[in-house]
Design a protein around this ligand. Structure first.
Ligand SMILES: Cc1ncc(C[n+]2csc(CCOP(=O)(O)OP(=O)(O)O)c2C)c(N)n1
Ligand SMILES: [Mg+2]
Length: 593
């Protein structure tokens, strides 16, 4: 063995060299006997291994890290229970198109099917990789050491190209430890690193610009694809030139800063009247980088968010399967959002050098904002305690710099933020859109802070969501990450409690014992934070929030703020078609208190 080692490196060492060449700075994960060879190689490298106490924390942190860096993040997992623990975060990343490479250890190849310790072999031998199949772009089981180099190369390519997403590289532990010559890795050194993405031809671009320029009520509808393609600047130029109002999906929030005069807001179930009405009245919808998903489209019911057919749809997306799935589409274009918008901008300036101004539209948006603010002002400034959610959001926005990164979870923090919290820097809101995973936000903040150590990072999270992964505090304290976790604590799985109350008239299994003011269960979240070595404060009056946030930002210490909050639902004008299941014959608003 020693002799062989002199001639070459182990596969684990080659993997780490490969990651270094790709300028990977952090690997997120948790140990097990199947991956300690990789840990040993990482220990000798320039890469920091971010160790966590639960694999879900690793995959959520890696997800957020990739959202901020724009590059595939790397997770190192143990086999079976490690990989299944990790799965939720990987699936969350998959449904939001976030690039990630998961490297997992597995049982040794010579024990395939013999049921060695922790093998998944109920339907096929050594089959744990199949658990990931439904949500990764591809899952490899590496059965030969000399294939590792090209599989890794393909894995990163696939994760980052087209519609990005996670991939799995599943490695039997004996292969990690096999010593191989470097030629297979040498061969891929000069392979393509970056793929040029597809764009749009001039003729189609002219067709689109013409349609939008001659439309009466065109609306741009943008999704997370703008942020993935880093196309905010190009989007702004285009909509400003053509005077297009901009509606966005949850994932598209912040594609254009929310206080831009042309931004209508988030569509769908939690959308406001202005945005939903504008989309309903549109003759052309210019959709870019969005999948028209259910929550953003009021379950595709006509009359709530979109009237399609009726409105004509132009849809640009990198993934052909997204085009025309739920709505008939007049012009579909498979292209990268940034590349396509660049061409569209040039063509628009050639065709209409003076562009378009729509002062009446801008005035309408401004008036709506003033009116919305006025209607909200009592709640946004209320001294009520437990606090009004609107006040929590308003004070938080006041305390944060414009470029602060906010992770949300699910619940009030996501829906209310989507609706009424201004995002002022593209890419500064990280939210679990597709999977809507409770528990994403708090560990997500760890990934965000590691990717952007100089920016303020705050996790807005419900008490239910915070309870999912509190052990992420251990990692944050060990790495001294100055993150703020603001627990919007209504002592309930409040969003679901609201639904249950409206349809069934009770809250069973959806609220916690006691009340928001006096939860029956101890210890409180501030105590938990202190037990982990973080700062922890439970607020006792609404006026304490702003100073507490300012102090936490100034301290740069990991801080949990436990903020008692009234259990009011997020107001909505949209629609969610679960009513037909739970209350088919009743006129019911399932968010009514
Ligand atoms: C992992 C997971 N389990 C369950 C759900 C269903 N769910 C959606 S919102 C919600 C309640 C979240 O409670 P909390 O974090 O306290 O936020 P709140 O609704 O009270 O604002 C639940 C359980 C989910 N989205 N994800
Ligand atoms: Mg709650």
């Amino acid at each position: 063995m020693d002799g062989a080692k002199l001639d070459g490196k182990t596969v684990a060492e080659h993997i780490v060299d490969f990651l270094e060449r790709r300028e990977v700075k952090h690997v997120f994960g948790l140990c097990g006997h199947t991956n300690i060879a990789v840990l040993a190689a990482l220990a000798e490298s320039s890469i920091d291994f971010v160790t966590v106490r639960h694999e879900q924390i690793a995959s959520h942190a890696a997800d957020a890290y990739a959202r901020v860096t724009g590059k595939a993040s790397v997770v190192l997992s143990h086999l079976s229970p490690g990989l299944t623990n990790c799965a939720t975060g990987v699936a969350n990343a998959a449904l939001d198109c976030i690039p990630m490479v998961v490297i997992a250890g597995d049982i040794p190849t010579h024990y395939y099917g013999k049921h060695p310790h922790q093998e998944v072999n109920l339907h096929a031998d050594a089959a744990q990789w199949e658990i990931y199949r439904p949500f990764v772009k591809r899952a490899w089981r590496v059965d030969r050491a000399d294939l590792m180099a090209e599989i890794l190369e393909k894995a990163f390519h696939l994760a980052e190209s087209g519609q990005p997403g996670p991939v799995l590289v599943n490695v039997p532990m004996d292969i990690f430890s096999e010593v191989i010559p470097s030629d297979s890795f040498d061969r891929i050194r000069d392979n393509t690193r970056v793929l040029k993405k597809p764009s749009i031809d001039d003729e189609t671009a002219r067709e689109i610009v013409e349609a939008l320029a001659t439309a009466e009520n065109p609306v741009a509808y943008v999704g997370g694809g703008i942020l993935l393609a880093k196309a905010s600047q190009e989007l702004r130029e285009f909509v400003e030139h053509l005077g297009l109002p901009v509606a966005h999906s949850l994932m598209g929030k912040g594609a254009l800063r929310d206080d831009h005069p042309l931004v209508l807001g988030m569509t769908g179930f939690w959308g406001t009247e202005l945005v939903n009405q504008s989309c309903l009245n549109a003759d052309y919808i210019f959709a870019v980088g969005t999948r028209f998903k259910e929550a953003d489209c009021s379950s595709w019911y006509p009359g709530y968010t979109f009237n399609i057919p009726g409105s004509k749809v132009i849809h640009i997306d990198i993934e052909p399967q997204e085009i025309g799935r739920n709505y008939p589409t007049e012009i579909g274009v498979v292209a990268d959002a940034k590349a396509a918008l660049r061409v569209l901008n040039r063509v628009a300036r050639e065709m209409y050098p003076d562009g378009f101004n729509r002062p009446a539209l801008e005035q309408k948006i401004a008036d709506f904002r003033t009116d919305f603010k006025a209607r909200n002002v009592d709640m946004a400034t209320s001294s009520a305690f437990p606090m009004m959610p609107e006040r929590i959001l308003a004070d938080t926005r006041k305390a944060l710099p414009e470029d602060a990164i906010i992770t949300t979870d699910v619940g009030w923090n996501k829906n209310g933020v989507g609706q009424q919290f201004n995002i002022l820097t593209p890419g500064s809101i990280l939210t679990p859109g597709g999977f809507a995973t409770m528990g994403f936000g708090p560990p997500g903040a760890i990934g965000a802070k590691l990717a952007a150590p100089d920016r303020v990072v705050i996790s807005l999270v419900g008490d239910g969501g915070f309870g999912q992964n509190p052990s992420m505090l251990a990692t944050a304290v060990e790495l001294d990450l100055g993150i703020i976790w603001l627990v919007m604590n209504n002592n309930a799985f409040g969003t679901i409690a609201g639904l249950q109350k409206a349809h069934y008239g009770l809250t069973y299994g959806t609220t916690f014992p006691g009340s928001a003011a006096a939860p029956a269960n101890g210890p409180g979240y501030a105590d938990i934070a202190r037990a982990y070595g973080a700062e922890g404060h439970r607020l006792s009056a609404a006026d304490e929030l702003l100073p507490a946030l300012e102090a936490a930002i100034a301290s740069g210490k990991p801080t949990v703020l436990d903020v008692p909050m009234i259990n009011n639902p997020t107001p909505t004008t949209g629609h969610w078609n679960i009513l037909d299941i739970y209350s088919p014959d009743k006129e019911i608003s399932h968010v009514a208190t």
